[in-house]
Design a protein. Structure first.
Length: 434
């Protein structure tokens, strides 16, 4: 290891640089924050020359800086810390009295802080505590950031203050290049905005461009939306299953297609949620995501599923695993375009798969909304599925406003009064034949 000082300009005054040689192909230079006149610089010795007090103080400062960097180098290299240009700059800043980089300024550190504080964060329902799904999303976000740092920054940590529109554009291009879906890219961008805003509230330096960060999402084509129609549900009902776990999962799957709730709510239904009002049985629950209280009437098909009681509770991951097996046993194998993950932690892969392979918990709510669209008034469906707007609801099931218009025409045609028949005039004979 060798440290020396150099100048690179002929314009007065000139910046003094620290030049660090730390081994083969490991040479770094950074500004020391010191300046000098060309006439006071000894090019051969790489040190100030002159006898004024200012020059003497400058020589002493540079000598102390060289000792400081040498000690820091010996300590950090033995500890396995990578020596880089940023490392050199950080130590120069510390020597000059600038505050050392605080860990909380690092993006991944702050994400973890946000996760750790999840029980005390306000959620969309204005209550304390982020949902399990939201926390999981943040954990995936952090792992994706770590992958990006390893892939493109040689492991260098991203600082919150460096997250601006230019950075996000590079990040988006990297994600798309790795095959991540548009919606997952959009969730990452939204997470950047959330983390930066929260950091700003805690006096962490953030870019002035944070307020201009815009999310992105993709609209699914109707053929990309996975649902189970009534014939397929009938096939699932009749499928020959031999494992109790699959029989139990089938009950959840078929019930989910008839009550239209998210998996988190579906899998947590107990006997306490089943009530009787005016001779009609309903499921009443408070949705985890929205906090809304909903009441869903149990159709005869749902009552048939529940005649032997509710299915026993299982985890979401097991449910997703088992219903694929259920659908495979039922012959739900129509070639279907979809995005799936081949393994955890990898981007989605878009291809054609047998339908059973791409079925997941989302199929319950989507099947309910799709199959009953046009048969039950859209506002009633929305009150059950808890979609905030009709546009969101129609997009969810792959419909457009034109589909809704045609539905209204059919509805009005049924309501329109039928024209009265004009009595037909008949010739009546007078009873005499001639």
């Amino acid at each position: 290891m060798k440290i020396k000082f150099i100048i690179q300009s002929k314009s007065e005054p000139v910046n003094i640089y620290a030049f660090l040689s730390a081994g083969y192909r490991k040479e770094f230079k950074r500004k020391t924050g010191k300046i000098i006149s060309l006439k006071n610089w000894d090019q051969g010795k790489g040190f100030p020359k002159g006898s004024t007090d200012d020059i003497k103080n400058l020589r002493a400062d540079l000598a102390d800086l060289a000792n400081f960097i040498t000690k820091a180098f010996n300590k950090d290299e033995s500890a396995g810390i990578e020596i880089t240009g940023d490392w050199l700059q950080k130590n120069i800043d510390v020597f000059n009295g600038k505050s050392e980089l605080v860990n909380i300024d690092i993006l991944t550190t702050y994400i973890q802080k946000y996760i750790d504080e999840a029980p005390y964060k306000r959620n969309a329902k204005k209550e304390l505590g982020l949902s399990t799904g939201r926390v999981q999303n943040l954990k995936l976000f952090k792992s994706t950031i770590l992958r990006y740092e390893a892939d493109t920054l040689k492991g260098k940590s991203i600082l919150i203050k460096d997250i601006n529109l230019k950075f996000l554009e590079k990040y988006k291009l990297w994600m798309f290049g790795k095959g991540y879906s548009t919606n997952y890219v959009g969730k990452n961008i939204a997470n950047f905005r959330t983390i930066c805003r929260d950091a700003g509230k805690n006096d962490i330096e953030i870019s002035t461009q944070v307020k201009n960060i815009q999310g992105i999402s993709e609209s699914r084509e109707p053929e990309d939306i996975i649902t189970l129609n009534e014939d397929e549900q009938e096939d699932i009902k009749k499928a020959e299953l031999f494992r109790e776990a699959l029989i139990n999962a089938r009950k959840f799957l078929l019930l989910g297609c008839l009550i239209g709730q998210r998996a988190g709510d579906l899998l947590n239904i107990t006997d306490k949620n089943i009530k009787e009002i005016g001779g009609m049985k309903i499921i009443e629950l408070k949705q985890q995501k929205t906090g809304k209280l909903v009441a869903i009437p149990l159709l005869p098909e749902a009552l048939e599923i529940l005649k032997d009681g509710l299915p026993y509770k299982i985890s979401l991951s097991r449910f997703n695993e088992y219903i694929k097996d259920v659908c495979q046993a039922a012959g739900i194998d129509k070639p279907t375009k979809a995005r799936i993950k081949e393994k955890k932690g990898t981007p989605h892969k878009k291809d054609i798969f047998p339908k059973w392979q791409v079925v997941s918990s989302h199929v319950c709510r989507r099947s309910f909304a799709t199959n009953f669209y046009g048969r039950i008034p859209t506002p009633v469906l929305m009150s059950i599925t808890a979609h905030g707007t009709e546009r969101m609801f129609l997009s969810y099931i792959g419909k457009t406003t034109y589909d809704n218009a045609f539905q209204m025409v059919e509805y009005f045609n049924k309501l329109a009064p039928k024209p009265k028949e004009v009595p037909k005039m008949e010739v009546i004979k007078n009873g005499t034949d001639k």
